[in-house]
Design a protein around this ligand. Structure first.
Ligand code: ZN
Length: 354
């Protein structure tokens, strides 16, 4: 949906001038030169799904879409495969412009985020590849609920701590590439940790700072509505949710990273498929002797079913299996997983905004 215009690649000096001229023109002419973004309908596309995929609140733009494309629609306002359709102009188009065009001089800017902890709190924005994208990252469990619990050499391994650390590393990775990231489950004092054994605690809160209830359903409701509230606030922008868990199975079962999406979400499904594809490529490069057996499937899970944001739910492995445990307890491996997820999400974003 969002396009980076060529302006973003102009030299630093000329850019601000062009930008201000651009804004003066926009404000004085009330966007006289309106440019519609078009797409070619594919099999299975409908007005609702296309609007949703492109970050439009469907209900609000439905009539406008029909009006704009009325000569090209099929029976009962269906989309005809292969035809080119126009997307309505977003009402917050003006507000979205500065987000999309980070001037080159700002790309190497440093930012400080306390949530990453003392060692990692200062980050450098390395690129604007994900500028305009918003991610809600939700690590499994937290607060009074540790999730799955395994053990290794007398150490207790809690799902919530390991899922949190990978999620936080992913948050940093995405922020460095220009995305806006919301950590939904948040620990005020853990930060990114490089130890093998992450000490369990119970002080995680749910965005923005709410105590997490013990019961499963109230907990799932709390975190889902945190995301849905933000979704309403960020209306019209590209938004995705990533949920990260660690599974608990018998200690004989060695499993790969699994990706789940909600049955009704085609954008969630696409994201899951792109992430899996990325993992297949990464395994081929980094672990050529190992066959990657991860899967993509739909699954009836509360948070992805009830989220208004296209979502993927990831299981990182079996907390009880010795080899899977290496994937979590070694911090370099947690980082590698977060890096692969970042690359997959960048690929997903690039495909989605085409
Ligand atoms: Zn879990």
């Amino acid at each position: 949906m969002f396009r980076t215009t060529k302006c973003a690649y102009l030299t630093n000096r000329i850019y601000p001038i062009i930008l201000s001229v651009f804004f003066i023109l926009l404000s004085s002419l009330q966007i006289s030169a309106q440019e519609y973004i078009t797409f070619k309908a594919k099999k299975g596309d409908g007005i609702y799904s296309v609007l949703k995929q492109n970050g439009y609140p469907s209900a609000e733009y439905l009539n406008e879409f029909i009006e704009l494309n009325k000569k090209k629609l099929g029976k009962e306002n269906s989309l005809i495969v292969g035809r080119i359709y126009r997307l309505p102009l977003k009402k917050d188009k003006l507000a979205a412009v500065p987000d999309k065009q980070i001037p080159a001089e700002k790309v190497t800017k440093k930012k400080v985020y306390e949530i990453y902890g003392s060692k990692y709190r200062e980050i450098t924005i390395k690129s604007n590849e994900l500028s305009g994208a918003i991610y809600y990252l939700m690590s499994g469990h937290g607060g009074p609920d540790p999730g799955a619990v395994g053990n290794l050499n007398g150490h207790i391994l809690c799902e919530d701590e390991y899922a949190y650390d990978v999620t936080l590393r992913l948050a940093l990775n995405l922020t460095e590439r220009g995305a806006s990231v919301y950590m939904i489950i948040r620990d005020p004092n853990d930060g990114i940790r490089d130890e093998q054994f992450l000490l369990p605690d119970k002080d995680e809160v749910c965005y923005p700072g709410n105590q997490i209830p013990l019961g499963q359903l109230p907990r799932l409701k709390q975190e889902t509505s945190a995301v849905n509230n933000l979704h309403a606030k960020n209306k019209g922008k590209f938004q995705r949710m990533v949920v990260i868990h660690v599974d608990s199975r018998s200690n004989k079962e060695n499993i790969d990273v699994f990706f789940y999406h909600d049955k009704g979400s085609s954008s969630g499904k696409k994201m899951a498929a792109t992430l899996k594809q990325t993992f297949v490529q990464k395994y081929a490069i980094h672990q050529p002797n190992k066959v990657y057996n991860g899967t993509v499937s739909d699954r009836n899970l509360y948070v992805i079913k009830n989220s208004l944001v296209p979502s993927v739910f990831i299981e990182l492995g079996n907390i009880n299996h010795t080899r899977d445990q290496q994937r979590f307890i070694i911090s370099d491996n947690r980082q590698a997983v977060a890096n692969w997820l970042r690359d997959g999400l960048i690929a997903d974003y690039k495909k989605s905004i085409k």
